[in-house]
Design a protein around this ligand. Structure first.
Ligand code: ADP
Ligand code: MG
Length: 400
Protein backbone atom coordinates (compact mmCIF):
# COMPACT_ATOMS: atom_id res chain seq x y z
CA UNK A 1 0.00 0.00 0.00
CA UNK A 2 1.23 3.45 -0.75
CA UNK A 3 2.06 5.14 2.52
CA UNK A 4 0.10 8.04 3.90
CA UNK A 5 0.15 9.96 7.17
CA UNK A 6 -2.67 9.54 9.67
CA UNK A 7 -3.80 11.45 12.77
CA UNK A 8 -1.20 9.38 14.66
CA UNK A 9 1.52 11.39 12.90
CA UNK A 10 0.26 14.67 14.38
CA UNK A 11 1.39 15.92 17.81
CA UNK A 12 -0.93 14.63 20.54
CA UNK A 13 -1.67 18.19 21.72
CA UNK A 14 -3.19 20.24 18.90
CA UNK A 15 -4.20 23.29 20.94
CA UNK A 16 -3.96 26.49 18.94
CA UNK A 17 -3.91 24.59 15.63
CA UNK A 18 -6.52 24.95 12.89
CA UNK A 19 -7.50 21.72 11.12
CA UNK A 20 -9.10 21.93 7.67
CA UNK A 21 -11.00 18.65 7.39
CA UNK A 22 -12.57 17.48 4.10
CA UNK A 23 -15.65 15.38 4.83
CA UNK A 24 -18.64 14.05 2.91
CA UNK A 25 -21.75 15.96 4.02
CA UNK A 26 -23.63 15.45 0.76
CA UNK A 27 -26.61 14.10 2.70
CA UNK A 28 -29.85 12.88 1.15
CA UNK A 29 -32.51 15.51 1.94
CA UNK A 30 -36.28 15.75 2.01
CA UNK A 31 -38.10 19.01 2.77
CA UNK A 32 -34.91 20.70 3.97
CA UNK A 33 -34.00 17.92 6.42
CA UNK A 34 -31.36 15.19 6.19
CA UNK A 35 -33.01 11.77 5.84
CA UNK A 36 -29.91 9.64 6.49
CA UNK A 37 -27.04 10.49 8.85
CA UNK A 38 -24.67 7.65 7.81
CA UNK A 39 -22.14 10.00 6.23
CA UNK A 40 -21.99 12.25 9.30
CA UNK A 41 -21.58 9.24 11.58
CA UNK A 42 -18.70 8.02 9.40
CA UNK A 43 -16.65 11.20 9.92
CA UNK A 44 -17.64 11.87 13.55
CA UNK A 45 -14.66 9.95 15.04
CA UNK A 46 -12.15 12.11 13.14
CA UNK A 47 -13.91 15.37 14.05
CA UNK A 48 -14.29 14.46 17.72
CA UNK A 49 -10.69 13.20 17.99
CA UNK A 50 -9.23 16.41 16.52
CA UNK A 51 -11.51 18.49 18.71
CA UNK A 52 -10.61 16.42 21.76
CA UNK A 53 -6.92 16.97 21.06
CA UNK A 54 -7.53 20.72 21.13
CA UNK A 55 -7.67 21.70 17.45
CA UNK A 56 -10.14 24.17 16.00
CA UNK A 57 -11.90 21.95 13.45
CA UNK A 58 -13.06 23.53 10.18
CA UNK A 59 -15.17 21.22 8.01
CA UNK A 60 -14.97 21.44 4.24
CA UNK A 61 -17.58 19.72 2.06
CA UNK A 62 -19.61 20.03 -1.10
CA UNK A 63 -23.38 19.81 -1.27
CA UNK A 64 -25.24 19.15 -4.51
CA UNK A 65 -24.09 20.53 -7.85
CA UNK A 66 -24.19 24.35 -7.70
CA UNK A 67 -21.63 24.58 -10.54
CA UNK A 68 -19.45 27.36 -9.16
CA UNK A 69 -22.22 29.74 -8.02
CA UNK A 70 -24.03 30.47 -4.77
CA UNK A 71 -27.44 28.78 -4.60
CA UNK A 72 -29.37 29.41 -1.39
CA UNK A 73 -30.98 25.96 -1.71
CA UNK A 74 -27.57 24.27 -1.62
CA UNK A 75 -26.07 25.99 1.40
CA UNK A 76 -24.30 23.69 3.84
CA UNK A 77 -26.21 25.52 6.58
CA UNK A 78 -28.93 22.95 5.82
CA UNK A 79 -26.83 20.14 7.29
CA UNK A 80 -25.61 22.06 10.35
CA UNK A 81 -28.43 20.59 12.45
CA UNK A 82 -27.62 17.04 11.32
CA UNK A 83 -23.94 17.49 12.23
CA UNK A 84 -24.84 18.93 15.64
CA UNK A 85 -27.22 16.04 16.27
CA UNK A 86 -24.62 13.35 15.49
CA UNK A 87 -21.74 15.07 17.32
CA UNK A 88 -24.02 16.14 20.17
CA UNK A 89 -22.19 19.46 20.06
CA UNK A 90 -22.86 23.00 18.94
CA UNK A 91 -21.24 23.76 15.58
CA UNK A 92 -20.69 27.20 14.02
CA UNK A 93 -21.78 27.72 10.41
CA UNK A 94 -19.46 30.05 8.44
CA UNK A 95 -20.93 31.42 5.20
CA UNK A 96 -17.61 31.59 3.31
CA UNK A 97 -14.82 29.13 2.57
CA UNK A 98 -11.91 31.60 2.33
CA UNK A 99 -11.03 35.20 3.23
CA UNK A 100 -11.57 37.54 6.20
CA UNK A 101 -14.99 36.24 7.24
CA UNK A 102 -13.46 32.81 7.80
CA UNK A 103 -10.42 34.31 9.56
CA UNK A 104 -12.63 36.34 11.94
CA UNK A 105 -14.88 33.34 12.66
CA UNK A 106 -11.89 31.14 13.39
CA UNK A 107 -10.66 33.78 15.87
CA UNK A 108 -14.00 33.53 17.68
CA UNK A 109 -13.78 29.73 17.91
CA UNK A 110 -12.03 28.35 20.99
CA UNK A 111 -9.69 25.36 20.97
CA UNK A 112 -11.74 22.23 20.34
CA UNK A 113 -14.61 24.13 18.69
CA UNK A 114 -16.04 23.04 15.34
CA UNK A 115 -17.07 25.11 12.31
CA UNK A 116 -18.64 24.20 8.97
CA UNK A 117 -17.49 26.29 6.02
CA UNK A 118 -19.90 26.98 3.12
CA UNK A 119 -20.38 24.57 0.19
CA UNK A 120 -16.99 24.41 -1.55
CA UNK A 121 -18.66 24.06 -4.95
CA UNK A 122 -20.11 27.61 -4.71
CA UNK A 123 -16.64 28.64 -5.98
CA UNK A 124 -15.49 27.64 -9.48
CA UNK A 125 -11.96 27.08 -8.12
CA UNK A 126 -13.13 23.93 -6.33
CA UNK A 127 -13.91 21.75 -9.34
CA UNK A 128 -11.20 23.47 -11.43
CA UNK A 129 -8.70 22.48 -8.70
CA UNK A 130 -7.39 26.04 -8.81
CA UNK A 131 -4.12 26.34 -6.87
CA UNK A 132 -4.85 29.95 -5.86
CA UNK A 133 -8.23 28.92 -4.45
CA UNK A 134 -6.56 26.10 -2.51
CA UNK A 135 -4.00 28.54 -1.08
CA UNK A 136 -6.77 30.96 -0.07
CA UNK A 137 -8.54 28.19 1.86
CA UNK A 138 -5.23 26.99 3.31
CA UNK A 139 -4.55 30.47 4.73
CA UNK A 140 -7.07 29.69 7.48
CA UNK A 141 -5.60 26.31 8.42
CA UNK A 142 -2.41 24.78 9.78
CA UNK A 143 -2.93 21.27 8.41
CA UNK A 144 -5.31 19.35 6.14
CA UNK A 145 -7.15 16.13 6.90
CA UNK A 146 -8.99 14.22 4.17
CA UNK A 147 -11.74 11.99 5.55
CA UNK A 148 -13.84 11.81 2.37
CA UNK A 149 -12.85 8.69 0.43
CA UNK A 150 -16.15 8.98 -1.46
CA UNK A 151 -14.86 12.19 -3.10
CA UNK A 152 -11.29 10.93 -3.63
CA UNK A 153 -11.88 10.04 -7.30
CA UNK A 154 -12.23 13.78 -8.00
CA UNK A 155 -9.17 16.02 -8.28
CA UNK A 156 -10.78 19.12 -6.76
CA UNK A 157 -9.21 21.86 -4.63
CA UNK A 158 -10.47 20.47 -1.32
CA UNK A 159 -10.08 16.78 -2.24
CA UNK A 160 -6.65 17.00 -3.87
CA UNK A 161 -5.20 20.52 -4.19
CA UNK A 162 -5.04 21.26 -0.46
CA UNK A 163 -2.79 18.24 0.09
CA UNK A 164 -0.11 20.07 -1.90
CA UNK A 165 -0.23 23.31 0.10
CA UNK A 166 -0.61 22.04 3.68
CA UNK A 167 0.72 19.05 5.62
CA UNK A 168 -1.83 16.35 4.73
CA UNK A 169 -3.24 13.45 6.76
CA UNK A 170 -5.83 10.73 6.24
CA UNK A 171 -8.71 10.92 8.72
CA UNK A 172 -9.89 7.83 10.57
CA UNK A 173 -12.63 6.92 8.05
CA UNK A 174 -10.25 7.36 5.10
CA UNK A 175 -7.61 5.31 6.93
CA UNK A 176 -10.07 2.45 7.58
CA UNK A 177 -11.30 2.51 3.98
CA UNK A 178 -7.80 2.44 2.50
CA UNK A 179 -6.76 -0.40 4.80
CA UNK A 180 -9.85 -2.44 3.90
CA UNK A 181 -9.46 -1.86 0.17
CA UNK A 182 -5.79 -2.75 0.35
CA UNK A 183 -6.61 -6.01 2.15
CA UNK A 184 -9.23 -6.80 -0.52
CA UNK A 185 -7.39 -6.00 -3.73
CA UNK A 186 -4.11 -4.15 -3.13
CA UNK A 187 -2.27 -6.87 -1.20
CA UNK A 188 -4.93 -9.52 -0.61
CA UNK A 189 -4.36 -12.92 0.92
CA UNK A 190 -4.93 -15.49 -1.86
CA UNK A 191 -7.00 -17.16 -3.12
CA UNK A 192 -9.18 -14.15 -3.90
CA UNK A 193 -12.78 -14.34 -5.13
CA UNK A 194 -14.60 -11.42 -6.71
CA UNK A 195 -18.37 -11.30 -7.10
CA UNK A 196 -19.51 -8.95 -9.85
CA UNK A 197 -23.26 -8.62 -10.33
CA UNK A 198 -25.75 -5.95 -11.18
CA UNK A 199 -27.67 -5.06 -14.26
CA UNK A 200 -25.29 -4.53 -17.16
CA UNK A 201 -21.86 -5.54 -18.44
CA UNK A 202 -21.51 -2.12 -20.11
CA UNK A 203 -21.38 -0.24 -16.77
CA UNK A 204 -18.71 -2.56 -15.34
CA UNK A 205 -16.44 -3.46 -18.25
CA UNK A 206 -13.35 -1.91 -16.66
CA UNK A 207 -14.15 -3.63 -13.35
CA UNK A 208 -14.42 -7.04 -15.04
CA UNK A 209 -11.21 -6.53 -16.99
CA UNK A 210 -9.23 -5.41 -13.94
CA UNK A 211 -10.54 -8.19 -11.69
CA UNK A 212 -9.98 -10.94 -14.24
CA UNK A 213 -6.26 -10.08 -14.11
CA UNK A 214 -6.07 -9.95 -10.32
CA UNK A 215 -8.29 -12.59 -8.72
CA UNK A 216 -8.38 -16.38 -8.83
CA UNK A 217 -12.19 -16.69 -8.96
CA UNK A 218 -14.47 -14.27 -10.80
CA UNK A 219 -18.10 -14.94 -9.96
CA UNK A 220 -20.49 -13.30 -12.41
CA UNK A 221 -24.16 -12.91 -11.48
CA UNK A 222 -27.05 -10.52 -12.02
CA UNK A 223 -28.20 -9.33 -15.40
CA UNK A 224 -24.62 -9.22 -16.67
CA UNK A 225 -24.31 -13.00 -16.33
CA UNK A 226 -26.91 -13.25 -19.12
CA UNK A 227 -24.56 -11.55 -21.58
CA UNK A 228 -21.80 -14.03 -20.65
CA UNK A 229 -24.22 -16.96 -20.97
CA UNK A 230 -25.34 -15.68 -24.38
CA UNK A 231 -21.65 -15.46 -25.39
CA UNK A 232 -21.45 -19.17 -24.55
CA UNK A 233 -24.38 -19.88 -26.89
CA UNK A 234 -27.10 -20.06 -24.23
CA UNK A 235 -30.55 -18.82 -25.29
CA UNK A 236 -31.50 -16.40 -22.49
CA UNK A 237 -35.06 -15.75 -23.73
CA UNK A 238 -36.43 -12.33 -22.73
CA UNK A 239 -33.72 -11.74 -20.10
CA UNK A 240 -31.91 -8.44 -19.78
CA UNK A 241 -28.92 -9.09 -22.07
CA UNK A 242 -26.54 -6.89 -24.03
CA UNK A 243 -26.28 -8.96 -27.19
CA UNK A 244 -23.89 -6.43 -28.76
CA UNK A 245 -21.40 -7.14 -25.96
CA UNK A 246 -21.16 -10.93 -26.30
CA UNK A 247 -17.85 -10.50 -28.16
CA UNK A 248 -16.51 -8.41 -25.30
CA UNK A 249 -17.69 -11.04 -22.81
CA UNK A 250 -15.86 -13.70 -24.85
CA UNK A 251 -12.64 -11.64 -24.75
CA UNK A 252 -12.92 -11.22 -20.97
CA UNK A 253 -13.39 -15.00 -20.58
CA UNK A 254 -10.35 -15.73 -22.78
CA UNK A 255 -8.14 -13.23 -20.95
CA UNK A 256 -9.25 -14.57 -17.57
CA UNK A 257 -8.36 -18.05 -18.73
CA UNK A 258 -4.86 -16.91 -19.74
CA UNK A 259 -4.40 -15.18 -16.37
CA UNK A 260 -5.39 -18.30 -14.42
CA UNK A 261 -8.68 -16.81 -13.25
CA UNK A 262 -11.69 -19.15 -13.14
CA UNK A 263 -14.92 -17.49 -14.25
CA UNK A 264 -18.03 -18.86 -12.54
CA UNK A 265 -21.35 -18.56 -14.37
CA UNK A 266 -24.60 -20.03 -13.02
CA UNK A 267 -25.81 -23.37 -14.35
CA UNK A 268 -29.25 -23.06 -12.83
CA UNK A 269 -31.35 -19.91 -12.74
CA UNK A 270 -34.66 -18.55 -11.44
CA UNK A 271 -36.91 -17.35 -14.26
CA UNK A 272 -40.32 -15.69 -14.59
CA UNK A 273 -42.53 -14.31 -17.34
CA UNK A 274 -43.17 -11.03 -15.52
CA UNK A 275 -41.06 -8.84 -13.26
CA UNK A 276 -43.30 -8.78 -10.20
CA UNK A 277 -43.23 -9.98 -6.61
CA UNK A 278 -43.71 -13.75 -6.37
CA UNK A 279 -45.23 -14.10 -9.87
CA UNK A 280 -47.15 -17.34 -10.59
CA UNK A 281 -44.79 -18.08 -13.50
CA UNK A 282 -41.64 -18.24 -11.34
CA UNK A 283 -39.61 -21.46 -11.64
CA UNK A 284 -36.04 -22.74 -11.34
CA UNK A 285 -34.39 -24.39 -14.33
CA UNK A 286 -31.11 -25.24 -16.00
CA UNK A 287 -29.69 -22.32 -18.04
CA UNK A 288 -30.30 -24.36 -21.20
CA UNK A 289 -34.05 -24.62 -20.47
CA UNK A 290 -35.05 -20.92 -20.41
CA UNK A 291 -38.17 -20.46 -22.58
CA UNK A 292 -38.40 -17.72 -25.20
CA UNK A 293 -40.89 -15.72 -23.08
CA UNK A 294 -38.99 -16.07 -19.77
CA UNK A 295 -36.52 -13.75 -18.01
CA UNK A 296 -33.62 -14.84 -15.80
CA UNK A 297 -34.03 -12.83 -12.59
CA UNK A 298 -31.76 -14.65 -10.14
CA UNK A 299 -29.17 -17.41 -10.08
CA UNK A 300 -30.43 -20.81 -8.92
CA UNK A 301 -29.96 -22.74 -5.66
CA UNK A 302 -27.40 -25.21 -7.04
CA UNK A 303 -25.22 -22.40 -8.41
CA UNK A 304 -25.56 -20.55 -5.09
CA UNK A 305 -24.41 -23.59 -3.16
CA UNK A 306 -21.46 -24.16 -5.51
CA UNK A 307 -20.43 -20.51 -5.10
CA UNK A 308 -20.58 -20.90 -1.33
CA UNK A 309 -18.16 -23.82 -1.71
CA UNK A 310 -15.83 -21.60 -3.75
CA UNK A 311 -15.86 -18.98 -0.97
CA UNK A 312 -14.94 -21.69 1.55
CA UNK A 313 -11.67 -22.23 -0.33
CA UNK A 314 -10.86 -18.49 -0.49
CA UNK A 315 -9.12 -16.13 1.94
CA UNK A 316 -10.40 -12.89 0.43
CA UNK A 317 -13.69 -11.76 -1.14
CA UNK A 318 -14.47 -8.50 -2.90
CA UNK A 319 -18.11 -7.99 -3.91
CA UNK A 320 -19.86 -5.48 -6.14
CA UNK A 321 -23.34 -5.98 -7.55
CA UNK A 322 -26.30 -8.17 -6.54
CA UNK A 323 -26.70 -11.67 -8.05
CA UNK A 324 -30.35 -11.07 -8.93
CA UNK A 325 -33.11 -8.49 -9.06
CA UNK A 326 -32.95 -8.38 -5.26
CA UNK A 327 -35.50 -5.58 -4.83
CA UNK A 328 -38.34 -7.99 -5.51
CA UNK A 329 -38.90 -11.39 -3.84
CA UNK A 330 -38.03 -14.16 -4.48
CA UNK A 331 -35.22 -12.78 -6.69
CA UNK A 332 -33.26 -11.69 -3.58
CA UNK A 333 -32.70 -15.32 -2.56
CA UNK A 334 -29.26 -16.03 -4.05
CA UNK A 335 -27.77 -12.67 -3.05
CA UNK A 336 -29.00 -13.08 0.53
CA UNK A 337 -27.81 -16.71 0.75
CA UNK A 338 -24.32 -16.03 -0.58
CA UNK A 339 -24.07 -12.92 1.62
CA UNK A 340 -24.88 -15.04 4.67
CA UNK A 341 -22.24 -17.62 3.67
CA UNK A 342 -19.67 -14.83 3.27
CA UNK A 343 -20.67 -13.39 6.64
CA UNK A 344 -20.38 -16.79 8.38
CA UNK A 345 -16.93 -17.42 6.89
CA UNK A 346 -15.87 -13.92 7.93
CA UNK A 347 -17.10 -14.51 11.47
CA UNK A 348 -15.18 -17.83 11.53
CA UNK A 349 -12.04 -15.90 10.61
CA UNK A 350 -11.34 -17.71 7.34
CA UNK A 351 -12.43 -14.89 4.99
CA UNK A 352 -11.72 -11.17 4.65
CA UNK A 353 -14.82 -9.76 2.93
CA UNK A 354 -15.13 -6.29 1.44
CA UNK A 355 -18.18 -5.06 -0.48
CA UNK A 356 -19.34 -1.81 -2.05
CA UNK A 357 -21.75 -0.20 -4.52
CA UNK A 358 -25.06 1.57 -4.00
CA UNK A 359 -27.33 -1.41 -4.61
CA UNK A 360 -24.85 -3.85 -3.07
CA UNK A 361 -24.91 -1.94 0.23
CA UNK A 362 -28.73 -2.12 0.16
CA UNK A 363 -28.73 -5.82 -0.79
CA UNK A 364 -26.32 -6.76 2.00
CA UNK A 365 -28.32 -4.73 4.51
CA UNK A 366 -31.45 -6.56 3.32
CA UNK A 367 -29.59 -9.85 3.93
CA UNK A 368 -28.80 -8.68 7.47
CA UNK A 369 -25.01 -8.99 7.15
CA UNK A 370 -23.93 -5.33 7.29
CA UNK A 371 -22.04 -5.78 10.57
CA UNK A 372 -20.86 -9.33 9.84
CA UNK A 373 -18.61 -8.72 6.83
CA UNK A 374 -15.16 -7.16 7.20
CA UNK A 375 -15.92 -3.84 5.51
CA UNK A 376 -18.70 -2.23 3.48
CA UNK A 377 -17.76 0.78 1.40
CA UNK A 378 -20.50 3.35 0.88
CA UNK A 379 -18.28 5.35 -1.46
CA UNK A 380 -20.14 4.69 -4.74
CA UNK A 381 -18.18 6.16 -7.66
CA UNK A 382 -14.84 6.15 -5.82
CA UNK A 383 -15.30 2.48 -4.87
CA UNK A 384 -16.05 1.50 -8.48
CA UNK A 385 -13.04 3.42 -9.83
CA UNK A 386 -10.90 1.66 -7.26
CA UNK A 387 -12.37 -1.69 -8.45
CA UNK A 388 -11.35 -0.64 -11.94
CA UNK A 389 -7.76 -0.38 -10.72
CA UNK A 390 -7.57 3.39 -11.17
CA UNK A 391 -5.41 5.59 -9.00
CA UNK A 392 -7.67 7.99 -7.08
CA UNK A 393 -6.26 11.55 -7.11
CA UNK A 394 -7.36 12.33 -3.55
CA UNK A 395 -5.58 9.22 -2.27
CA UNK A 396 -2.50 9.74 -4.44
CA UNK A 397 -2.11 13.30 -3.10
CA UNK A 398 -2.12 11.98 0.47
CA UNK A 399 0.59 9.48 -0.41
CA UNK A 400 2.87 11.96 -2.19
P1 ADP B 1 -24.35 -1.51 -7.57
O1 ADP B 1 -25.18 -0.27 -7.37
O2 ADP B 1 -24.16 -2.26 -6.28
O3 ADP B 1 -23.05 -1.22 -8.27
P2 ADP B 1 -25.76 -2.19 -9.99
O4 ADP B 1 -26.38 -0.84 -10.01
O5 ADP B 1 -24.75 -2.50 -11.01
O6 ADP B 1 -25.18 -2.50 -8.52
O7 ADP B 1 -26.88 -3.30 -10.16
C1 ADP B 1 -28.04 -3.37 -9.38
C2 ADP B 1 -29.25 -3.66 -10.22
O8 ADP B 1 -29.11 -4.83 -11.00
C3 ADP B 1 -30.48 -3.87 -9.36
O9 ADP B 1 -31.42 -2.86 -9.65
C4 ADP B 1 -30.99 -5.25 -9.76
O10 ADP B 1 -32.38 -5.32 -9.84
C5 ADP B 1 -30.38 -5.41 -11.15
N1 ADP B 1 -30.32 -6.82 -11.52
C6 ADP B 1 -29.63 -7.81 -10.93
N2 ADP B 1 -29.84 -8.98 -11.54
C7 ADP B 1 -30.69 -8.75 -12.55
C8 ADP B 1 -31.30 -9.57 -13.57
N3 ADP B 1 -31.06 -10.89 -13.63
N4 ADP B 1 -32.13 -8.98 -14.45
C9 ADP B 1 -32.36 -7.65 -14.37
N5 ADP B 1 -31.83 -6.82 -13.45
C10 ADP B 1 -30.99 -7.36 -12.55
MG1 MG C 1 -26.53 0.77 -8.69
Amino acid sequence: MSTFKTLDDLPQDLSGQRALVRVDLNLPMAEGRATDLTRVKAVAPTILELSGRGAKVLLLAHFGRPKGERHSTMSLSYVQGAVEEVLDREVMFISEVQGPVVAQSVDILRDGDIGILENTRFWPGEEANDAEFARAIAANGDFYVNDAFSAAHRAHATTEGLAHVLPAYAGRAMEAELKALDAALGNPAPPVAAVVGGAKVSTKLAVLENLSRRVQHLIIGGGMANTFLAANGVDVGKSLCEHDLTGTARTIMDKADEAGCTIHLPYDVVVAKEFAANPPSVRTCNVHEVAADEMILDIGPQATEALGDVLKTCATLVWNGPLGAFEIPPFDTATAALARTAAALTQDGSLTSVAGGGDTVAALAHAGVTDKVTYISTAGGAFLEWMEGKELPGVAALSA
